[in-house]
Design a protein around this ligand. Structure first.
Ligand SMILES: Cc1ncc(COP(=O)(O)O)c(C=O)c1O
Length: 472
């Protein structure tokens, strides 16, 4: 079939499925004992009657009326186009995300469709791997994977305001990235955003984003868990829609990163996917995306998931090490990976479900390990945040132990852009972190502005010049 024929075929198929065929609803997150309780996505509700988290459940029978080839062709046909809203990486999968929303109600910055970077040097030179990839979710509208979920949540909030639901704004507690995404999408839609941040615990680059986007920013003298408690109390008193990942709409957008990964490998799932985890919504979202691809016939396997935590904020790791015996929240200590400094994760049950069903693993990384791994990755051409350093450290450990084989196709999810974290990177490279060795620091050389001094430095730093000198 020529590509023109494929296009025509896809067009015909698209016309044959009015979006109204597909639907989704909230059900309690209760995979082991399914319940007869469900809610419309147009309701403002976050938990079931007995306090369980909610999950968005799609009408899989309706989706299954179309085979894997249909979905692959449809999703592929939307790539790189500007057609509203399907040019977005999230909305190109609209039927699997929020099938019933009108296109005019979607609030999108054409997020998603992020690069899958072949980490050739990091893989070959540091890990002896040839098939290592980094999913660059941070190359995005506000610089993190949070955009994927926020376009869905704010679109639904936009729809509910049009439906005259009592909703005066959208709010969240945040370790930085969620507030940036919420503020941007709310500003685009003209909806007030209310942000609760832990004072002095986020980077300046993160703080400036909600400020610039005109959000109401409250800087609170507590940690993330404290901010989370307060925003929940406030949303019980005021009609402010809660945008934390407790709200399962966000996960519907985030799961598209998994669908995209399969698509980028010509509809094959990788062997492993490693993701940094804090509140633990994202690891479940990715699992959901991989599972849908398999259930709907786009792929024939799901990857083994690895959730990587900072050792300073590792409640999931401790739970995993106990043989999933007993979960105990921890008081998270400061970590350079500040967005995952969370001791009492909201999505703990979702994460455990995802990990157990994907034969998953939990790993942890110390501050030294995560900062070194991030610096090493940068030295091979990336520009990573400490969070990606956590995931890369986990990969290094699993390679050392032989759990991940040299030929395994492995994807590390880089959740956010390194440009938001220049302070800790500068401190590392200037060796201003007394508790760390900063093994891979590369400080600028202060040198007199004359040719001889400059040449001396270049000779001392360029090995090829040294070889020439000793030969002559
Ligand atoms: C950069 C970054 N990485 C990872 C995470 C962790 O995602 P989750 O909280 O869904 O586990 C976050 C969450 O804030 C983040 O901002």
């Amino acid at each position: 079939m020529t590509s023109e024929n494929v296009d025509n075929e896809v067009l015909k198929l698209s016309l044959s499925h009015p979006s109204a065929t597909f639907s989704a609803k909230y059900v309690p997150f209760s995979p082991h004992e399914p319940m007869n309780e469900s809610y419309s996505l147009d309701e403002i509700i976050y938990r079931s009657k007995d306090g369980k988290l909610l999950d968005v459940q799609h009408d899989m029978d309706a989706l299954k009326k179309f085979d894997g080839k249909y979905w692959k062709d449809l999703f592929d046909s939307r790539l790189g186009k500007n057609t509203w809203p399907y040019g977005s990486g999230v909305w190109s999968k609209k039927e699997w995300v929020l099938p019933e929303i009108d296109n005019e109600d979607v609030v999108s910055a054409f997020e998603g469709n992020t690069n899958l970077f072949w980490a050739e040097r990091f893989g070959k030179e540091i890990l002896g791997m040839n098939d290592l990839w980094v999913k660059q979710c941070g190359i995005s509208h506000t610089g993190s994977f949070k955009d994927l979920g926020m376009t869905v949540l704010v679109s639904q909030a936009n729809r509910m305001r049009k439906l005259k639901k009592n909703l005066i704004g959208v709010g969240c507690a945040s370790t930085g990235d969620t507030s940036a995404a919420l503020s941007a999408y709310c500003a685009a839609a003209g909806i007030p955003a209310i942000i609760f941040l832990p004072a002095n615990k986020i980077s300046i680059a993160q703080l400036v984003q909600p400020i610039a986007n005109g959000a109401i920013v409250l800087s609170l003298d507590t940690d993330f868990d404290g901010c989370m408690r307060l925003i929940r109390e406030v949303t019980e008193c005021l009609p402010i829609y809660l945008a934390n990942s407790l709200n399962s709409l966000r996960l519907e957008g985030q799961k598209t990163a998994a669908i995209e990964i399969c698509q980028q490998f010509d509809w094959k799932a990788p062997d492993w996917v490693i993701v940094p985890g804090g509140n633990l919504g994202n690891v479940y979202a990715l699992y959901k995306g991989f599972l849908m691809c398999r259930e709907l016939g786009l792929t024939d396997s799901i990857p083994r998931l690895v959730c990587a935590q900072a050792a300073n904020a590792n409640p999931l790791y401790l739970y995993y090490k106990s043989g999933w015996n007993e979960f105990l929240p921890v008081k998270a200590s400061p970590t350079f990976a500040s967005a995952i400094q969370i001791g009492d994760p909201v999505s703990i049950e979702r994460a455990v479900y995802a990990l157990r069903n994907s034969d998953g693993i939990v790993e942890e990384a110390t501050e030294e390990e995560l900062m070194d791994a991030s610096a090493q990755a940068d030295l091979t051409g990336m520009f990573t945040r400490p969070h990606t350093g956590v995931a890369l450290s986990a990969l290094k450990k699993l390679r050392q132990r032989g759990v991940i084989a040299s030929t395994d196709r492995t994807v590390v999810v880089s959740t956010a852009n390194g440009l938001k974290f220049t302070q800790s990177k500068i401190a590392y490279h200037s060796k201003e972190l007394p508790e760390l060795q900063c093994k891979f620091a590369n400080s600028p050389v202060e040198v007199k502005a004359d040719l001889e001094s400059v040449m001396d430095v270049l000779k001392s730093r360029l090995p090829s010049l040294q070889k020439k000198n000793s030969a002559s």
